[in-house]
Design a protein around this ligand. Structure first.
Ligand code: AMP
Length: 497
């Protein structure tokens, strides 16, 4: 099938040709026609499948008829992160360059004034993160009664980030008579519930993840002790012909630490994480695109949605705790038909995370060794969960409690600015993130018991026992209670004269 056969407008086709696209991708083949017909669509597709164009292209055609009124956008696209929102708006500009559509990007970190002025002029397409969107609506700066098309992009990420209640609230402000397009990489029960509630007779289209993971990406892994990770990274950078690279850390704070370390070693590095102001992020990305920065240390969220075609390497400074993040990370290289290399630095304690990744990608990541180093086995050590993961010198916590960037994402706040941080709960708990649960009694909070147990000094010469979970009396010996011993003062007859 060709783009012409999909019935797109000549001006849209012209822009597509200029983008160098020859054929529609499978999601585009399936979704474009349905969207043109005005159907609601549930699209199961990941980044890299061409899903953005699958909705932007038909939207451009639909919106090319009609005019927007002041502060009344005609379509709304909700994206979980600023980067993705910016990427979508870039695509609109590219695909819509021969149309006179007006667009506004409402994301935190950018000046309210500029965004509001754009809205006042009237926009055909409003692209927003949920936080900023709610903020402006609640301050009466936007009217949503004219929205004819709503897109919720990367709904699974919205779920991860605790945005679903915000999205539901926004959906409640929209006119019921509209076309709704929901895109998600997975069909989690919460996403299904959202679709059932807000989509009207939707058509589901689903495509496989993009040749997963990019067949043009060569993958390898080195296993080193946690304290040797930075050195290993520098050795890898030296050994490889790195034109430019993303270097992923699991936590935002490690991004800054690693960045400073690379700078100290005079490597041309930059950093990108959720706590940086938007202007600094944009500046860093531009410097990376220009090649002034060759090594971009980043977090998963910050790198999400970035579409830089020519990245030679991806380094995983940390093995991601969520296997699908690995696929997203290494998909930053090997794009647009170019070859790429993805190198992961693991520690022996990462065994189970590596196993999960290998299971997901359906193959083993070959282990390589650094010059002269003996291979280190990647095997769960005794007490491996208590070993060190993530960064240098920080003891890891039990997995569900480990606060990776997935859980400490910076999200768009409602009233304040972009930079307020919300710590979201793991997936199962995000259904009611705004409701403050009553504190559970201690016995129901295994994590509290774990923390308490971790704080208690382990007794010398004795491996931690299940009984260590029990709150102990502060005896110096092994007595947990009186047990079989009867202390002598109890044996004394108190009435004896
Ligand atoms: P997305 O899944 O929307 O993140 O798109 C992934 C990448 O595919 C982007 O770099 C797009 O520019 C590119 N792309 C989208 N549609 C096509 C197409 N039909 N042919 C080639 N590349 C495409």
């Amino acid at each position: 099938m060709t783009f012409e056969e999909l019935g797109l407008e000549p001006n849209t086709l012209k822009a597509i040709v200029e983008m160098g696209y020859t054929d529609p991708t499978p999601i585009q083949e399936q979704a474009i026609g349905l969207i043109q017909m005005g159907r609601d669509v549930m699209g199961i597709a990941q980044t890299g499948t061409g899903k953005t164009a699958s909705y932007t292209l038909p939207m451009i055609d639909i919106l090319s008829n009609g005019r927007a009124r002041a502060r009344m956008p005609r379509s709304l696209i909700l994206a979980p992160t600023r980067e993705l929102a910016a990427q979508v708006s870039e695509n609109f500009e590219q695909y819509g360059k021969y149309h006179k559509l007006s667009m506004a990007l409402l994301i935190g970190g950018e000046s309210f004034g500029d965004q509001e002025r754009a809205l006042d002029r009237g926009v055909d397409v409003l692209i927003a993160t949920p936080g900023r969107m709610m903020d402006l609506f609640e301050r009466g700066r936007i009217l949503l009664s004219d929205v004819k098309i709503l897109v919720i992009d990367e709904a699974d990420r919205m779920l991860d980030m605790g945005f679903i209640p915000d999205v539901e609230k926004i959906l409640g402000w929209l006119p019921p008579l509209r076309q709704t397009l929901l895109f998600s990489a997975t069909m989690a029960p919460e996403i299904k519930r959202l679709a059932d509630k807000f989509l009207s007779n939707p058509k589901t289209v689903s495509v496989a993840p993009p040749a997963s993971p990019a067949e043009l990406v060569t993958q390898a892994m080195v296993v080193v002790e946690a304290h040797a990770k930075r050195e290993a990274l520098r050795a890898l950078i030296q050994n490889e012909a790195v034109a430019n690279a993303f270097i992923f850390c699991n936590r935002k704070r490690d991004v800054a630490v690693l960045y400073r370390s690379l700078e100290r070693h005079a490597l041309p590095a930059g950093q990108l994480h959720g706590d940086m102001p938007q202007s600094a992020r944009t500046e860093t990305l531009d410097a990376f695109r220009r090649g002034d920065i060759k090594l971009l240390v980043c977090s998963d969220v910050a790198a999400r949605g970035l579409d830089i075609a020519d990245v030679s390497h991806v380094f995983n400074f940390d093995v991601p705790s969520h296997a699908e993040d690995y696929v997203h990370r290494i998909g930053r290289t090997g794009r647009a038909g170019r070859e790429g290399r993805a190198l992961t630095i693991a520690t022996p304690e990462d065994a189970r995370y590596v196993a999960a990744i290998q299971k997901l990608i359906g193959k083993e990541i070959p282990q390589v060794t650094l010059d002269g180093a003996a291979p280190l086995p990647l095997a769960e050590r005794e007490g491996g969960r208590g070993g060190r993961r993530g960064g240098k010198g920080r003891p890891a916590k039990a997995e569900p409690r480990e606060k990776t960037e997935r859980q400490e994402r910076t999200v768009e706040p409602r009233e304040k600015t972009e930079r307020r941080e919300r710590t979201v709960e793991p997936r199962e708990k995000t259904a009611e993130p705004r409701e403050k649960a009553a504190p559970k009694p201690r016995a129901e909070r295994p994590e509290a018991a774990e923390r308490a147990a971790a704080k208690r000094p382990a007794r010398r010469g004795r491996a931690p026992q299940p009984a260590d979970e029990v709150e102990e009396m502060p005896h110096g010996d092994d007595v947990l209670a009186f047990g079989g011993h009867t202390p002598s003062f109890l044996l004394r007859d108190p009435f004896a004269k």
